[in-house]
Ligand binder design. Structure first.
Ligand SMILES: Nc1ncnc2c1ncn2[C@@H]1O[C@H](COP(=O)(O)OP(=O)(O)OP(=O)(O)O)[C@@H](O)[C@H]1O
Ligand SMILES: [Mg+2]
Length: 384
């Protein structure tokens, strides 16, 4: 998962040329040809950097930069202003409106590339420093894990990916179950219902603090921490506590470097509310025609709810060994969306995992399944 650059210019030829140049250097490109679309794209795609033209009809680059800075989601994205306006006053206005660097057109591709690289490196260093607790506003990354239908392997992905991320990075990891009433993370790891979480969810949302949440996290032997939602079937009513879950989703990244949300199947109100707090999404899919069609609809719905396509990663989870099943390239073609990860069938390991409450990657750290999770986790780490 390469760094994502959003290019904003009303001149389509510039968009194309700069886009091609950066694409050849391995960046993931998205483009917008006016200010309004730029802001929408930035919210949907969460780019790692924005290359912003100044003189555009309707909304100037200065205004776009100001609005990006004003939104919680895009406040910290590095911005390079890229413009034909070369006066000192213009540069000052650019920097004052929130740009990090200023380049005048025409620019040598080499200079542009050097600026892009330098700014990306600087922002990564700043993020790492924050994650290590050096700055109060440190923020982790949230990965929402979901599927079109139940039982496709969402919880298996959440637990095994979380444990693998912890193992690879030694960073803090929280796996949070956001399915009150039908949570199975707790059962999978051997935890029982917690009264503390119910009390937390009954609190006024405004009063929920990071310390309150931290108190309810359960430490797992692997080093990850788990947030267990109330799990009795009747506890499904807690899904109506939208504002409380919103506070938890918003605050978890201030507690932990990686936050994995087990969102379960479909897009119930709780999941739709949480979408904006997720940086990335991992969708579990089965290699069957029905699952592919349903996943297609899920992806289309996510996109219509303002999740950029580039943030949606699909994991093909094969749970049964069958000669009738599709291979991943056919599945990918049918889905018309890249498949980022393939998990092969491991029925014995999976069965034992629930029997002894030990996720697959811990049971057999050198298994093919563990290797597949290492690959998946590395892709998320590299995407930072
Ligand atoms: N790679 C695999 N091979 C075989 N079985 C698997 C594999 N991955 C998961 N399973 C099994 O598939 C079943 C469903 O997995 P899991 O509980 O993770 O799905 P889910 O999407 O969380 O389900 P729910 O919607 O009920 O929460 C479980 O019994 C699990 O052990
Ligand atoms: Mg589950």
């Amino acid at each position: 998962m390469a760094d994502k650059v959003l290019i904003v210019d009303d001149d389509v030829e510039t968009l194309r040329l700069v886009g091609l140049m950066l694409e050849r250097q391995g960046y993931n490109i998205s483009a917008a040809d006016n200010g309004e679309r730029a802001i929408k794209r930035a919210q949907a795609d969460r780019p790692d950097l924005v290359l912003l033209d100044v003189m555009m009809p309707d909304m100037s680059g200065y205004e776009v930069a100001k609005q990006l800075r004003a939104s919680e989601i895009t406040a910290n994205v590095p911005i390079i202003m890229f413009t034909a306006k070369a006066q000192v006053d213009d540069r000052i206005e650019g920097l004052e409106s929130g740009a990090d660097a200023y380049l005048t057109k025409p620019t040598q591709p080499r200079e542009l590339l050097a600026q892009v690289k330098a700014l990306l490196a600087r922002s990564k260093a700043a993020r790492t420093a924050q994650a290590m607790g050096k700055a109060p506003e440190s923020r982790g990354r949230t990965i929402g894990i979901l599927s079109a239908k139940g039982g496709l392997g969402v919880t298996t992905l959440a637990t095994n990916l979380g444990i693998t991320l912890r193992k690879l990075t030694r960073e803090s990891v929280v796996i949070a179950d956001f399915r009150p009433g039908s949570s199975d993370i707790s059962a999978g790891l051997g935890y029982s219902n917690s009264n503390g979480v119910m009390q937390l969810l009954r609190k006024e949302a405004k009063a929920i603090s990071p310390v309150d949440i931290q108190r309810e996290l359960v430490a797992h032997q692997s080093g990850v921490h788990v947030f267990v939602s109330p799990q009795r079937p009747r506890d499904a009513v807690y899904a109506m506590r939208l504002e409380q879950y919103r506070a938890i989703a918003r605050l978890l990244p201030s507690i932990s470097k990686y936050v994995l949300l087990d969102l379960g199947p479909s897009l119930p109100p709780l999941t739709q509310m949480v979408l904006k707090y997720c940086d990335e999404f991992l969708v579990a899919m089965e290699p069957s025609p029905a699952s592919i069609q349903q996943t297609k609809q899920l992806i289309a719905d996510l996109i219509s709810l303002n999740v950029g396509k580039g943030r949606i990663h699909v994991a093909l989870v094969n749970r049964t060994r069958s000669n009738l099943q599709m291979n991943w390239s056919t599945a990918q073609e049918e889905l018309a969306h890249p498949i980022s990860s393939v998990i092969t069938p491991a029925p014995d390991l999976a069965y034992k995992a629930s029997e002894i409450n030990t996720p697959m990657v811990l049971q057999q750290p050198s298994s093919l399944t563990a290797e597949q999770f290492t690959k998946l986790a590395s892709a998320f780490v590299q995407a930072e």
